[in-house]
Design a protein around this ligand. Structure first.
Ligand code: FAQ
Length: 325
């Protein structure tokens, strides 16, 4: 299926079972799986799916914030945002490289994104309407990304785990710059605080959707957790995120738009309301406010960049020819 799938010798079912048992033993003992190690087809496919979709999320995720680069309210804010958006591009590149170690090419991954076959995070199909949205994206979207990605630093596939270490460091800076921006807005004029509240109202529920469907409806979680491709269930991370955000919103003096949030003494966590899963699945089907715009931006960038790829290829061929003379 993928262009560089490793040579596979025919093996008996006993040998295959033994290989699988050894593989699972390594996973259970927290020994990293590396690109040249034997791995079940399903493990390889799941990793390609998750890592490539994660990479797509990073580069599509540049678009909603990138739109505000020319409208940042000061040179300092513009420099910070520029660095953040460039970081997201870098994360995409580490992740595409990690996925390539599994035998899929970058062109195949781009094709899957452009054809709508591969997903990217639902959150990036929402519009950034005001400057406060940039602060809330840093606080909530990067905050949710960190909550999900810190455990992935310990995932079983070496190249993915190592990419996560650097990504998490940068995401922490992103989260802090967003929160600091909101502190400034919330300490500002009433109209600035109202803008922050409005942004929180619009981004809160979509941020909870970033963790994926409830565990009961998550098709991949059980197997991915056995393989340590995922370290936690979707609901567990969503709960942790709510617990972290509630005191942060209080500190800002903002109200989370969920009147069911209440501290549960028995469970030592916050109860919260039901996510609108119909909205989530509708966005996944391509019907969110910005799905078409986001995909078009990526396809246009790919097509507009064709001359650069052609020139780079022609240069590489020329250099190869001259070095073999
Ligand atoms: N959006 O069985 P599960 C970021 C799909 S990075 C869209 O639970 P799984 C940085 C899922 O793919 C954000 N699709 O799936 C940044 C599957 O469909 P498929 C991205 C979603 O894989 C910040 C189906 O639903 N982070 O934000 C979503 O076990 C700021 C069934 O779901 C990662 O990718 C969703 N929210 O768990 C950039 C982290 N949720 O593939 C710019 C790594 C689920 O069969 C600015 N990924 N689906 O067609 C993961 O941890 C997992 O893949 C989950 C989903 C947790 C996202």
């Amino acid at each position: 299926m993928y262009s560089q799938v490793i040579d596979e010798q025919p093996v008996s079912s006993d040998e295959l079972n033994a290989q699988e048992a050894l593989f699972q033993e390594k996973i259970d003992n927290d020994i990293k799986i590396e690109p040249r190690d034997w791995m079940p087809d399903g493990y390889r496919k799941t990793l390609i799916r998750q890592i490539s979709q994660h990479a797509h999320s990073e580069i599509v995720g540049m678009l909603p914030e990138g739109k505000w680069l020319t409208r940042a309210p000061s040179l300092t804010r513009k420099s910070i945002l520029l660095a953040k958006v460039q970081d997201e591009g870098g994360h995409g590149l580490y992740l595409y490289s990690a996925a390539e170690t599994l035998g899929v090419t970058r062109d195949e991954m781009y094709l899957a994104l452009h054809s709508g076959k591969a997903k990217y995070s639902s959150i990036f199909n929402y519009p950034t309407l005001t400057w406060a949205d940039i602060g809330v994206i840093g606080w909530l979207v990067d905050g949710a990304a960190i909550m999900n990605q810190v455990p992935l630093q310990r995932c079983s596939y070496g190249p993915y785990a190592r990419a996560m270490v650097r990504i998490c460091k940068e995401e922490s800076f992103h989260q802090r710059q967003g929160f600091e921006m909101l502190i400034t807005l919330c300490k500002g004029k009433p109209v600035q605080k109202a803008m922050a509240q409005d942004a929180l109202n619009r981004w809160w529920w979509p941020s909870l959707m970033m963790f994926g469907p409830p565990d009961a409806d998550s098709v991949h979680s059980a197997q991915s957790m056995r393989w340590k491709i995922k370290m936690n269930g979707n609901d567990e991370l969503r709960q942790k995120f709510v617990d972290v955000c509630v005191p942060q919103a209080e500190l800002l003096g903002l109200t989370i738009p969920d009147n069911k949030i209440i501290w549960n003494e028995e469970w030592q966590q916050h109860d919260f309301g039901e996510v609108n899963w119909d909205e989530f699945y509708n966005v996944l089907k391509g019907n969110g406010v910005c799905n078409r715009e986001r995909l078009k931006a990526r396809v246009d960038a790919w097509e507009d960049g064709a001359w650069v790829r052609d020139a780079a290829k022609a240069y590489a061929v020329k250099r190869q020819r001259s070095s073999s003379l």
